[in-house]
Structures are given as C-alpha cells and as structure tokens.
Design a protein around this ligand. Structure first.
Ligand code: B12
Length: 219
C-alpha cells in the first residue's frame, strides 16, 4: 500500500522523486486523487509553519513546492478528466506581486474537470491583464488567487476595473487563497469566495449559471 505519511514527509523535505513515486503508487492502487492531494496540502501547511518559525527559509520552501508540483502533475489528468464539452469560460491568475501558483493551478485543474474552459494567466497578473483576457475570451467568471497579505489588497483593483469596464461589468469575480476570507472577499466587492479547489468548482458553477441567466434575460 502507498505510504502516504511518507509522501507528506517527502513534500515537506522537497524529495521530489519519492513524492512522485508514492503518488504514482496511490494512483495505481485507485486511491482518489483528492485524497492523495490532501497529504501534499498538509505538507505545505507544515512547511509554511516552519517558515513562519524561521526553522526553514525560502530555498526549502521552493524545493517543497517543486516536489509537490512534480507529484501534482501525475494527478492532473485525473482531476481534469471531465469528458464533456466546456459550457463556460474562466480567466484565472495570481494577483500582481504574488508568485504563488500551486493553489491557483489546483483550482484551474478542478474547473477544467468541472467543464469550464480555463484561460490561465499565470502569476503576477496586473488588473489590466485580467480585464483584457476576460474581454478577449468572453469570460463567464474571473478567478483571482493571492497568498500574501501584502498582495491581496490588489484584488480590489481588479474588481473595480472589471466593474468599470462595460463589456464585462457583470462578470462574476471569485477570489481565494490562504489569507482570503469571505469577509475580505465582500470587502473588496468580489462576487464569491471559496476555501479550496473542490468548493471552488461548486461556487464557480453557481456564479456562472446566475451570470449566464442574467445575460440571457438582458438579451
Ligand atoms: C510554497 C510557498 C512558497 C513558494 C511558492 C512556489 C509556487 N510556485 O507557488 C515560494 C518559495 C516561491 C514562496 C515565496 C514567498 N513566500 Co511563500 N509560501 C509557500 C507555502 C509554504 C505554501 C503555499 C502553497 O502552495 N500552499 C498549498 C496550496 C494548495 O494552498 P493554497 O495556495 O492556499 O490554495 C488553496 C486555497 O487557498 C484555494 N485557492 C487558492 N487560490 C484560489 C483562487 C480562487 C479563485 C479560489 C476560489 C480558491 C483559491 O484553493 C487552493 C487549493 O485547495 C505558504 C504557506 C501556507 N501555509 O500557505 C508560504 C507563504 C504563503 N509564503 C509566505 C511568504 C512570506 C513568502 C515570501 C514573501 C518569502 C520571502 N521572504 O521571499 C515569498 C514571496 C514571493 C512572492 N512575491 O510571491 C508567507 C505569507 C505570509 C503573509 N502573511 O503574507 C506564507 C504563509 C508562509 C508563512 N507561514 O509565513 N512561497
């Protein structure tokens, strides 16, 4: 049986090969990808705690992230397998000044699995870029990720720019990331918030459906 506690340790210490091997074992044994993923997100919590206590530093955080990304790549086809034609489009990115992308990538994967076409703008995305992409791709939802308390305020700039751009002013904006709370989401004027990638699918589908009905009613 795949040794998942060892998977968590491997991500914590940045042992990519072991993380990839155990993940593959879990997949071969038919363990649900969400369950495998949980061991890795728990590892990131541990790494974050150690960083906060100055027991490790940025390079160690970076190799832990690489180990997780390597293992997540194996899970991606399983998480993305929706099989039905997408019925809506999402634009997603990490806010300007912020380089964290693991959580954003997971949300993008789960959305694809939920029949949403995803245009991923990457990290360090300026408000103007969110808006330009939403217009170009006729987005039904815009997703913004932030992991730093110093960058999360930038979400307000995106929401304000979206609301003042006629072509996309009613497009829902969903926000998330470890420091982002429902209260904060409301404060910046976002349409929605979700705590993790699985609930981000349900929330996005709900917001997209309301938006598409509104757009159809408006003709
Ligand atoms: C890995 C990591 C890094 C890596 C990132 C690599 C990468 N490619 O992403 C590197 C080494 C680059 C890094 C750099 C830094 N980091 Co860092 N990092 C982390 C760490 C350990 C894990 C983050 C992570 O991947 N978590 C796992 C994912 C799955 O969780 P998640 O991102 O929260 O996403 C989930 C939900 O939040 C949600 N979600 C996420 N996005 C979205 C979007 C939408 C629309 C929705 C609906 C939901 C949603 O769904 C996701 C999946 O379930 C965290 C600690 C932590 N506990 O978060 C610190 C942490 C975020 N980093 C921190 C810091 C301070 C930094 C640096 C400033 C360090 C430095 N001195 O240079 C730099 C900043 C660089 C920058 N400009 O962005 C602090 C932030 C503190 C704060 N108050 O802001 C943290 C909290 C560590 C700590 N405890 O102090 N970091």
């Amino acid at each position: 049986m795949a040794d998942f506690p060892a998977l968590q340790t491997a991500v914590e210490i940045g042992d990519r090969d072991t993380a990839v091997r155990i993940t593959q074992e879990g997949i071969d044994e038919g363990v649900p990808p969400e369950q495998i993923l949980k061991w890795m997100t728990d590892a990131m919590e541990v790494v974050g705690g150690r960083f906060a206590r100055m027991e490790l530093f940025v390079p160690e955080m970076l190799i832990a992230a690489r180990a997780m990304k390597g293992a997540v790549a194996l899970l991606e086809p399983l998480l993305v397998a929706g099989g039905i034609q997408p019925d809506s489009t999402a634009v997603i990115g990490t806010i300007k000044g912020d380089l964290h992308d693991i959580g954003k990538n997971l949300v993008a994967m789960m959305w694809k699995g939920g029949n949403i076409r995803v245009v991923d703008l990457g990290v360090n995305v300026a408000p103007e870029k969110f808006v330009a992409a939403a217009i170009e791709h006729k987005a039904d939802i815009i997703g913004i990720s932030a992991l730093l308390t110093t960058t999360m305020g930038g979400m307000k700039n995106v929401v304000e720019l979206v609301r003042s751009t006629p072509e996309i002013q009613n497009v829902p904006v969903i926000v998330g990331g470890a420091p982002v709370t429902p209260e904060f989401a409301e404060q910046v004027g976002a349409t929605g918030w979700a705590p993790d990638a699985a609930s981000a699918v349900m929330k996005a589908r709900e917001l997209i459906s309301a938006y598409q009905k509104g757009a159809a009613a408006a003709g």
